[in-house]
Ligand binder design. Sequence first.
Ligand code: LLP
Length: 440
Amino acid sequence: MFLTGTMQINAAGHLEIGGCDAVELAKQYGTPLYIMDEALIRQNCAAYRDTLAALYPESQVAYAGKAFLTTAMCRLVAEEGLALDVASGGEIYTAHVAGFPAGRLIYHGNNKTPDEIRFALEIGVGRFVVDSMSELELLNELAAAAGKTASILIRVKPGIEAHTHHYIQTGQMDSKFGLGLADGQALAAVETALKMKHIQFIGLHCHIGSQIFDLKPFQLAVQVMMDFIQEIRKKTGALVRELDLGGGFGIRYLRDDKPHSLKEFIELIATTVKAKAAAHNLPVPKLLVEPGRSIVGEAGTTLYTVGTIKDVPGIRRYVAVDGGMTDNLRTALYEAKYEAIVANKANAPAEDKVTIAGRACESGDILIRDIELPRLERGDLLAVLCTGAYHYSMSNNYNRYPRPAVVFVRDGRSDVVVKRETYADIIRNDVIPPCFQQSV
Ligand code: LLP
C-alpha cells in the first residue's frame, strides 16, 4: 500500500495519520477535510535546510507559500528557520499577521500592484523579485516616495523547457514570467537597476517549472545563470551576491513515481554553482531555493465521505464524494492523478474498479478515473493522498460549496488551522442593494 509520512493502518483497520484515526477525525471535523501531517512537513523543512546548509553553508531555503499558506503554516515555517516566498498582497498579509519576520519574505509576482508594493515596502519585505522593467520603474518610484530602498532580485527566463505539464512550465522564453536572457532584457534590467537610487541590486532569480523529475534542467538552469552572472560582472562590474533557483522539485503522487532524492538534487545544484564559480573565477553567490510542493505535497490527505454510487451498465461505476474540483482543482486543470485509501476499511482487498466523481456541476469534475478499491458504500471514507500542495490554496466556492477545514495532526493530537466555511461565510460579502429590498 502507498503510505506517506506518519501514515499507518491501525488495529481497527483504519487509516491513521499523525497518530490520529481518520475515522475519528471525520466524526470530529466533518468532511471533506484536509489533513496535514505536521511531522512530515517539519521533516521536509529540516531535510532541505540541513542538506543545503551542509553542502553550501551560504544558503537559504524559502518555502513557497503558494503551495499552502495559512497563519499557522507561517508560524511553522518561521520555527523551522526557513524564509518565505510570497506572491501576492494576501500572502504578505497572512505572513504579517502571523508575525513572520518581514526580512525573510521574498516577494514574487508578475503584476504587483502599487498598493501591494507600498504594503510590502511598509512592512519591510526582505527581497522584491522584479519581474519586468515596468515593475522596476514602479518600485523605484514607490520606494522613493516611501523614503526606502528596495533590495531586489531580478527574475530571469533562462530559456529552459522542463518536462512537466505545460501550464506549470515557466522558464521557457515564451512565458509571462521574468526577463529574457537571449533578447537582452534581463541585462538591460540589471543595468537600469544599478543606476537607480532607491533600488539595491542583490541578485538573480529563476524558476523553470514545477513537478519536475528530471534533474538535468535544474543543472542547465544553474549553468545558464552562472554564465549570466559572469556576463554581468564583465559588462557592468557588478557582483551578483544571491542566486535564487526557485522551486520545482517533483514529488510522488502515484506509487510508481520515482523522484530523485533531495540529496541528489541539492548536491547537483550546489556542485554546479561551485564549479561554475570556479571556472569563471567568481565568488560563490549565496544560494536560495524555493520549494513548495516538496515541503507540503505528500503531507496532505483529503478525506471525503462517499455518497451516491451510480452504475452505468457495461461502462463504469461512478462513486461520488462530498468534494471534488472545489477542493482539488488539479484534476480538472492538469489531469492530475492520485492514489486513494478507504480510510474506514484500509485493509479490505481491492475488488472493484470505480471512478471517483466530485459533486460540482461539471462533467470534468472527476477526482480519480478507474481506480481499484475495496467495494464502497454510502458513508465510507475515502482518503485521497498527496493533496498538501496547491489544493487548499487553489480551492474555490464553485456552486457555493463552503471550503473544507484544514487540520494539522501530530503525535495523536489534531488542531484546526483553518475553520470549515459556513453558509454564512458564503454570503458574507454579498450585498442586496437597498432598491431590491421591496421585491420579495
Ligand atoms: N518559486 C516560484 C517563483 C514559483 O513560481 C513556484 C511555483 C515555486 C517557487 C514553487 O514551486 P514548487 O516547488 O511547488 O514546484 N498549481 C500548480 C503548480 C504551480 C506552481 C507555481 N509556481 C500545480 O498544482 O501543480
